[in-house]
Design a protein around this ligand. Structure first.
Ligand code: GTP
Ligand code: MG
Length: 215
């Protein structure tokens, strides 16, 4: 996940966008990655991804953001889509309650297919459609709280909170990764200074093993 060639660290995080058809997943991605919006976008068939970079703590962090079809019949092999994902945006449309009712199903699918800690955000998209709102901000917030997710309402149309939503997820992934590396180093320190000391060589092998697990 990270490399340290010539002193510069680089991170590459896979993030998936999920949610019912027509909630605006593809437009959220095109708004974030290319600042583009399409009023007449077609339903996605299969899988697409875009890569976007940002800087955190002076390090280059790349997010590879995957977008797939909300419609079952157009979806590519599900497990491959989720494999290696460390972040997820679960999107519904604030003007269509059925898409909010599906959130639980999308969270279950994510849980079933992910094999690691995933930074998750619930996204209520199309907040520009206030006049035909069907799901209140409070409902979104309380579902997110109950499920332990970040929450944000966005509009891919007028750009509200789009950058913010992706960046919060990317920062959280970065924090998760740094926390893991820090705890490995702390355990290692305790290990070598405690009565369990059993030589530099054995400890080094153990530490390398931990890093392989983390990465
Ligand atoms: N008003 C409004 N319309 C939006 C917004 N985001 C997307 N749309 C419109 O909603 C429709 C569906 O958007 P998509 O981005 O294609 O939806 P999707 O979730 O990718 O759909 P699938 O690929 O079928 O899963 C399009 O007509 C978009 O123009 C938004 O924030 N506000
Ligand atoms: Mg799409």
């Amino acid at each position: 996940m990270s490399s340290d060639d010539e002193g510069g660290e680089e991170y590459l995080f896979k993030i998936v966008i999920i949610g019912d058809s027509a909630v605006g997943k593809s437009n959220l991605l095109s708004r974030y990655a290319r600042n583009e919006f399409n009023l007449h976008s077609k339903a996605t068939i299969g899988v697409e991804f875009q890569t976007q970079s940002m800087e955190i703590d002076g390090k280059e962090v790349k997010a590879q953001i995957w977008d797939t079809a909300g419609q079952e019949r157009f979806r590519a092999v599900t497990s491959a889509y989720y494999r290696g994902a460390v972040g997820a945006l679960v999107v519904y449309d604030i003007s269509r309650r059925t898409t909010f009712d599906s959130v639980g199903r999308w969270l279950d699918e994510l849980k079933t297919h992910s094999d690691t800690t995933v930074a998750r955000m619930l996204v209520g998209n199309k907040c520009d459609l206030e006049n035909i709102r069907d799901v209140s901000v409070e409902e979104g917030k309380s579902l997110a709280e109950a499920e332990g997710l970040f929450f944000m309402e966005t509009s891919a149309l007028d750009s509200t909170n789009v950058k913010k939503a992706f960046e919060i997820v990317i920062r959280e992934i970065y924090n998760n990764v740094s926390r893991k590396v820090t705890s490995v180093l702390l355990i290692s320190k305790w290990h070598t200074s405690s009565g369990l000391f059993h030589g530099w060589f054995v400890d080094s092998i153990w530490l390398v093993g931990c890093f392989i697990k983390v990465l």
